[in-house]
Design a protein around this ligand. Structure first.
Ligand SMILES: [Zn+2]
Length: 280
């Protein structure tokens, strides 16, 4: 699933292509991904202009003229692909095509069909329930250990791995970057959030920011089908320290990386570097 660095990379790749463009038409091939119904999209969108591209957590937000917004969540396999060649073959599983001047297109493609696209008034964006409840942005400079500590206070008995996957605690983290951040902070994924010392929470906030920013610099992690808005793969998959590296030596101590299911998700960690018990 695209996490914060992948959605941010998509945003950055599409920003110069889309900003200022006028939507001239829309092809809806699978209306099930649209909220509200397809008729509203067809009636409202043509003629509107894209003013800016924003991101919040894993949501991509296209701010449009007349105070409308298009909001995308790519879920498992959603892709947004820009093309200036309308003759280029439309890939299978393309459910939505936005058309622009000079026949340019933005195509929404999603094999698994879990992705969603909302059309909302700017002031009603908070009605998208997941978006309204999002926790702080971990790559912003105002994300501090104090804020993380406060958020974790409500999750004392949760395993830290589960607490960090909760989008109301921190927005944008998913399975890859939670595992990478916990490794970098030296915290075992089964620790309860309430057992973390202030020093560990500080290290965790720093590690989360660091692993996300590094991945953005590398264009995101392309493990399955993730590509940016110009169909380019990222390179962060070549730099993962523990994620999907079961049995390989820990880059710090050489102990084989272990995998364990936590809340149904595969979790990867170093049993030596990541401390399983609260510090005395
Ligand atoms: Zn290790």
């Amino acid at each position: 699933m695209p996490e914060l660095p992948e959605v941010e990379t998509i945003r950055r790749s599409l920003e110069p292509c889309l900003t200022g463009r006028q939507i001239t038409g829309l092809q809806i091939r699978h209306p099930g991904i649209l909220l509200p119904a397809a008729e509203a999209f067809a009636a409202i969108l043509p003629g509107l202009r894209i003013l800016a591209l924003q991101r919040r957590g894993k949501y991509l937000i296209l701010e449009l003229s007349e105070d409308w917004c298009l909001v995308f969540h790519l879920r498992m396999t959603g892709k947004l692909l820009w093309t200036e060649d309308p003759q280029s073959p439309v890939p299978p599983h393309t459910h939505l095509i936005f058309q622009f001047e000079n026949e340019a297109q933005l195509r929404f493609n999603d094999v698994r069909r879990f992705g969603r696209c909302w059309l909302v008034r700017r002031e009603e964006m908070e009605r998208i329930s997941g978006l309204a409840a999002l926790g702080p942005e971990p790559i912003r400079s105002d994300f501090t250990a104090e804020i993380l500590k406060e958020k974790l206070r409500h999750k004392k008995n949760s395993k830290i791995k589960c607490a960090l996957l909760d989008q109301t605690v921190v927005s944008g983290l998913g399975n890859i970057y939670v595992d990478e951040a916990l490794f970098e902070a030296g915290i075992h994924p089964l620790r309860t959030a309430g057992s973390l010392s202030p020093e560990e929470i500080h290290a965790l906030a720093e590690a989360a920011r660091h692993v996300l920013q590094q991945s953005i610099r590398r264009g995101g992690t392309s493990l399955r089908n993730y590509v940016d808005g110009l169909d380019r793969q990222g390179e962060n998959q070549y730099h993962l320290q523990v994620f999907r590296r079961e049995g390989e030596p820990c880059p710090v101590c050489g102990t084989p990386i272990r995998r364990m299911k936590i809340a149904g998700r595969s979790s990867f960690f170093c049993p030596r570097c990541q401390i399983a018990h609260p510090p005395c």
